[in-house]
Design a protein around this ligand. Structure first.
Ligand code: AR6
Length: 183
């Protein structure tokens, strides 16, 4: 199985330790921090991140906003507000898709505004921790949406923290590539 095809790569590890241009944070609508990766992002970035986040007036579910990276090794953080799954099963898929789409749009705007040819962006498995989105369904939305909207100028890394997520991503990623060849 391949873990990199074209501009998309599947990795396992801690996204907050990675030296990428942009990392995506799985935040909530307040953008003021929380548990999971959000807690780690704020802890490592330092209190200046919270000061900037306070000025953003929160974020709609299914959308995202960008800040500086502060003490993290990345240059920018995109704080994405994914959907909670339970009690929201009808709207959750489109909200999760919109989240990934918005992140790609913000990353592309950052790239163009800074006259960069290529940038790297890392995604966690948004909504699949505390927000309870089923991991297999979220994995398909994540990969499909990134394939639909990203260009070759964005080097996308899906950074799975958990082994189960890594296996799901690897399987789906390789399955869809196989189907492309069989068409
Ligand atoms: N690197 C990469 N992935 C990580 C890391 C890390 N360092 N730490 C956790 N994950 P979650 P959610 C994975 O719960 O479900 C917060 O309180 C984790 O294994 O962080 O979107 C926010 O403030 C899982 O696969 O985010 C919101 O209130 C994925 O990140 C709420 O949780 C997402 O898990 C958001 O919930």
């Amino acid at each position: 199985m391949k873990n990199k095809i074209d501009n998309i790569e599947i990795l396992q590890g801690d996204l907050t330790s990675m030296k990428l241009d942009i990392i995506v944070n799985a935040a909530n609508h307040t953008l003021l921090g929380g548990g999971g990766i959000d807690g780690m992002v704020h802890y490592k970035a330092g209190t200046s991140l919270l000061e900037e986040c306070r000025k953003l007036n929160g974020c709609e579910i299914g959308s995202a906003k960008m800040t500086h990276g502060y003490n993290l090794p990345c240059k920018k953080i995109i704080h994405a507000c994914g959907p909670m799954y339970y009690g929201n099963k009808e709207k959750a898929p489109i909200q999760l898709k919109n989240c990934y789409k918005k992140c790609i749009e913000l990353a592309d705007k950052y790239r163009k505004d800074n006259n960069l040819n290529n940038i790297t962006i890392g995604f966690p498995c948004i909504s699949t921790g505390i927000y309870g989105y089923p991991k297999d369904e979220a994995c398909k939305i994540a990969i499909d949406t990134v394939k639909e909207y990203s260009s070759k100028n964005l080097e996308v890394k899906f950074v799975c923290y958990e082994e189960l997520d890594y296996k799901l991503y690897m399987n789906y990623f390789n399955d869809i590539e196989k189907n492309v060849f069989e068409l």
